[in-house]
Structures are given as C-alpha cells and as structure tokens.
Write a protein that binds this ligand. Structure first.
Ligand SMILES: [Zn+2]
Length: 334
C-alpha cells in the first residue's frame, strides 16, 4: 500500500473560495452581516476530486492520501479569531466530506484556527472536534501565524503546549506547515515554506520540547527544507551548544516527508535521514505542477524518484512509517 502523507484540497469548488473572499471583505468593512458558508453539493466535491487528486493518485499507483485544506489559504495572519474559527471549520468540514466520500483514498488532517499571538483554545477545540467527531488523523500546525514576520514564540515555548497536550491525548501528529506570507521579501512556496521547515528544526534543536512531550510527533514537510542538505551544520551546532548528538536525538519525534522535486534531492534525503524517519509525500496538486522538460517526469511525481533509489526499504517509506506516525489511520473502524 502506498500512503501519500501530504496533499491539499487545492481544487475545492469555487464557492468555498468565494466564502473566504467574502470573509476577508467583511474584515475590512463590517457594515454587513458576517458571511455565512455556502451549501456545496456533493457532486461538485466529487468532480473536484475525481478529476484531480484522485486521478493523479491512481495514475501514479498511490492508494491513500493524507489530505488537508489548501495550506496557502489558511490565512492565519488575519487577526480576527471569529473569522479564523469559521474559516477553519468550513475548510475542515469540506475536507471531512472528501474523506467520507472516498474513505479508501483520503484521510483527513485539519487546519487549526490560529491568529498572530492569539490564544490556542480555539485550535484545541477544533482539533478535538475534527479528531473525535470527524475521524481526522492529524493536524497542520503553523509555527508563524503572522505570515512571514515570525512574531510567535518558537515551537518549544510553553505558548504551544495546549496544542501539544491535545495532540498527545488524541495520539495525532502535526505537520508543521505555514500558510501564505504577507512579507513581500518571501515567496510563499519558494521561500517562506522552506524557511519555516528549516527554522522549526533549529528551534527544536536548541529547545527541549521532547523532554516534556516524549510522545509528540512532528512532520517537517518539503523534505525538511534545508535540514538534510545541511545535516553536518546541525550536528556541529549541536556540539557548539553543548548538546552533541542532539540532531539525531530529534529523530525520535521528528519526521521528514519526500515532497522534494528532483532525483538528486531525494537521493540526498534518503542517504542522510534514516529510512524510519521518511514519509512518502508528493504534495500534489500543489506548488509545482507540470513535467521537467529534461526528464519528462512530473516534478511532483516523487514516487518515481524513490523507486529509482537503489536498496531503499520502500514499504517502510510508502506505508509503515505513515502508519506509525499517524496511528489513527489504522484504528478499527477508521
Ligand atoms: Zn503542503
């Protein structure tokens, strides 16, 4: 079985985005009523999946995708907690409908209603609702709700503990995933995402989060940003701060996905990071679409790259690691 741990509902019916647009307009001009989410027919959801993610999943030989709302649209930089709550619920309810419609092919992961510097009670409540009532298997946690200004404390700070306590109690992991950036210095997909992946690993290296939360599991997407490429730097920095071996210790709790879009990148990832810490992912249909004109391979067809690595334990990367990190995938009745 092949489990892709990182996919987004980037093809949601237009009415869903229209609701978001109305929300954002209301934030600027509150003279009208608070926008209400639209009724989206099952047929629209079915068509938006069958012609897109499900078609590509099947074409590439995949079975199950761990699926969440479009990450760049989470929009946590909008400071209104009510808007964040309504938007997260609308996004998660839509994701839940996809998973219910195609239970063999999609397992849901939730967006959390975060705001810059805001409390995390709403995030915990939404996480509990999604897991306990809707059968979700994980969450996306944004380490920078400000959208590229990094105004929140590092992920090792007590500020985040309520979310971690709920994650441990529910036995779900988080993928550490930022949303859009409002900082014009950063491109969302080419800079901000990879910056965040790299930044979070360094936060974890210098902090002591897993001494408090030994069971917590975090997935760093996009192949871990710059981390595998600079593994020597992290080992050396761990020595420098008096914590030799620290980078490797983090691998008890930290995992990397394979959303890396060329063969040399996958070769490096699988050579540097232990196989038990690598989860298959394509992030399709996502940031990079189309085929590399040199190889003819779709950039995000990461299975092709993994299949070409000699001697790799593919069942572990394709299935077993995902089941270990997302144990709710395998629960009876799920
Ligand atoms: Zn993503």
């Amino acid at each position: 079985m092949i489990i892709d741990c990182h996919g987004h509902y980037t093809t949601a019916p237009p009415a869903h985005q229209a609701f978001r647009d109305a929300q954002l307009a209301w934030v600027s001009d509150r003279s009208g009523p608070v926008p209400q989410r639209p009724d989206i027919p099952d047929a629209d959801i079915r068509a938006s999946i069958e012609d897109n993610q499900l078609r590509v999943l099947r074409e590439r030989g995949g079975d199950l995708m761990i699926f969440s709302a479009r990450a760049s649209s989470m929009g946590h930089h909008v400071p209104d907690p009510g808007i964040a709550r309504d938007w997260a619920r609308a996004c998660n309810d839509l994701t839940a409908r996809v998973a219910a419609m195609f239970p063999e092919h999609f397992a849901a992961v939730c967006q959390l209603p975060q705001t810059p510097g805001g409390g995390l009670d709403d995030a915990v409540e939404e996480l509990r609702r999604c897991v306990e009532e809707l059968g979700f298997v994980g969450c996306n946690l944004n380490p920078d709700p400000s959208g590229g200004w990094w105004t929140s404390p590092p992920l090792t700070d007590r500020y985040w503990f309520p979310v971690y306590e709920a994650m441990v109690a529910l036995d779900v992991p988080a993928m550490v995933h930022v949303s859009t950036t409002t900082n014009p210095a950063f491109h969302d997909l080419g800079a901000h995402y990879l910056n965040a992946d790299t930044t979070v690993f360094m936060q974890l290296l210098t902090g002591d989060l897993f001494a408090t939360f030994g069971e917590l599991r975090l997935v760093i997407p996009h192949g871990g940003g710059a981390v595998p490429y600079h593994w020597g730097r992290y080992q050396g920095l761990a020595n420098r701060i008096g914590r030799p071996g620290r980078a490797t210790e983090l691998l008890r709790n930290v995992f990397f996905d394979t959303a890396v879009y060329h063969q040399p990148g996958i070769d490096l990832l699988t050579r540097v990071i232990p196989t038990e810490n690598i989860l298959f992912a394509s992030e399709m249909l996502g940031a990079v679409r189309g085929a590399d004109p040199v190889t003819g391979i779709d950039f995000d067809d990461t299975k092709r790259y993994l299949d070409a690595v000699p001697g790799l334990d593919l069942p572990q990367i394709y299935e077993h690691n995902a089941r270990r990190v997302y144990p709710r995938l395998t629960r009876p009745g799920s």
